[in-house]
Design a binder for this molecule. Structure first.
Ligand SMILES: NC(=O)c1ccc[n+]([C@@H]2O[C@H](COP(=O)([O-])OP(=O)(O)OC[C@H]3O[C@@H](n4cnc5c(N)ncnc54)[C@H](O)[C@@H]3O)[C@@H](O)[C@H]2O)c1
Length: 358
């Protein structure tokens, strides 16, 4: 039996990696990609799959109930995986309402539409369907670097600090409320910081890579001691697949790489790779400490034991391997990077130089 995936936000960084992963690893599937193509959505990311007969693109906003209804009724959707969101913390500080629209109203619209499509008159859901909300560790707030053993578990209270994280937490609560109120079949995954191919250079790792390539200064927030738990994007895609295939419905799963690093150490590792492995004339002197952003969380750290023990998921790619592969990908795709940079320069408020999100 063919399994049909509705992937929202599939033209973005993680969504496009997920679609490629699905089409590479599964045979009897169909993938419908619904994306509004905001500044962050780029169909170039899907060039390799656009002529695959199992793949369809529909340009639509997830807030547009009638467009989503058409997709839900036109295709027998089994799994709805919601990646669509505004995702850049700095932008959320500059324009929070855009984030409320896409991340909260958009998720509510998808929930409502999926419920209507999946429920019969007796209130029963079609066998096997699932709504998977792709969420983030940022909903938990921040941890202290002084207590390294403390980690975010699935029961850690939500305590978001940025408008971005607050809208993601709101969406999580709506998804859970649909589960509790209507027995709606869902999972929520909360992942740590991703990196890998197709990430816009407004986020830490690709921004530093693009600046190293051009020999430009490397802007780092404050003292650079903020700690993030980094995961290669392919490992995130595999984790989502595991949750869809084997997860207990109505459960939240944290996803993380047990790979906490300070932003400064990540930047220094990128410099070392460019200098020692690739022979570029770059050094730590390029690092420029810039004013920290307001409310910047100090440390995120995921406890991934639940997904490891219940579903047997573990990251397959080490940070050293993943970072090397990511740098090599950006070097091999100069046109993609050029287009991404020019879109960021033309995009809302020209946020590129406002520094990175991490
Ligand atoms: N990047 C990370 O490190 C990370 C970590 C954990 C969770 N997440 C979550 O994963 C998801 C994807 O993140 P990403 O980094 O790929 O983001 P991204 O910004 O690269 O992509 C977002 C995509 O969603 C689309 N989109 C935005 N608003 C939309 C709307 N209203 N209707 C339809 N499409 C819309 C954009 O066009 C874009 O293609 C987000 O929900 C984010 O919160 C990201």
């Amino acid at each position: 039996m063919t399994t049909t995936y509705l992937v929202t936000g599939g033209a973005g960084f993680i969504g496009s990696n997920f679609i490629q992963y699905l089409l590479e690893t599964k045979e009897d599937i169909r993938v419908i990609n619904v994306d509004a193509l905001t500044y962050a959505g780029n169909l170039e990311n899907l060039g390799q799959v656009e002529s695959d007969p199992r793949y369809r693109f529909v340009k639509a906003n997830i807030c547009d109930a009638s467009a989503i209804e058409q997709v839900m009724s036109g295709f027998q959707i089994d799994y709805l995986v919601n990646f669509a969101a505004e995702s850049h913390v700095n932008r959320s500080i500059a324009e929070p309402i855009t984030f409320v629209d896409s991340n909260v109203v958009g998720t509510a619209t998808l929930l409502q539409t999926a419920k209507a499509a999946w429920q019969d008159e007796a209130g029963n859901y079609r066998e096997g369907v699932c709504f998977l909300q792709v969420s983030t560790d940022e909903v938990y707030g921040t941890l202290s670097p002084q207590r390294p053993a403390e980690l975010f578990s699935e029961t850690t209270p939500l305590s978001p600090h940025s408008p971005y994280a607050a809208t993601k937490a709101s969406a999580d609560l709506l998804v859970r409320a649909f589960g509790d109120t209507y027995r709606f079949p869902y999972n929520i995954t909360r992942c740590s910081n991703n990196y890998g191919p197709y990430q816009l250079p407004e986020k830490l790792i690709p921004l530093m890579i693009s600046h190293c390539l051009e020999g430009r200064q490397l802007p780092v927030y404050g003292d650079g001691r903020q700690i993030r738990d980094w995961l290669y994007v392919r490992d995130h895609c595999i984790a989502i697949d595991c949750v869809l295939e084997q997860g207990r419905r109505g459960e939240i799963y944290n996803i993380g790489g047990r790979n906490e690093r300070t932003n400064l150490s990540v930047v220094k590792q990128i410099i070392r790779a460019f200098r020692d492995r690739l022979g570029f004339a770059v050094s730590d002197d390029l690092i420029e400490h810039v004013q920290d952003r307001p409310g910047h969380d100090v440390r995120y750290g995921i406890d991934p034991r639940k997904i490891e023990l219940e579903l047997g998921w573990r990251p397959r790619i080490s940070f050293d391997e993943g970072l090397e592969a990511t740098i090599d990908w950006y070097i091999a795709h100069p046109l993609w990077l050029e287009h991404a940079e020019s879109r960021l320069e033309q995009g809302p408020r020209g946020m590129k130089e406002a520094s990175h999100s991490a």
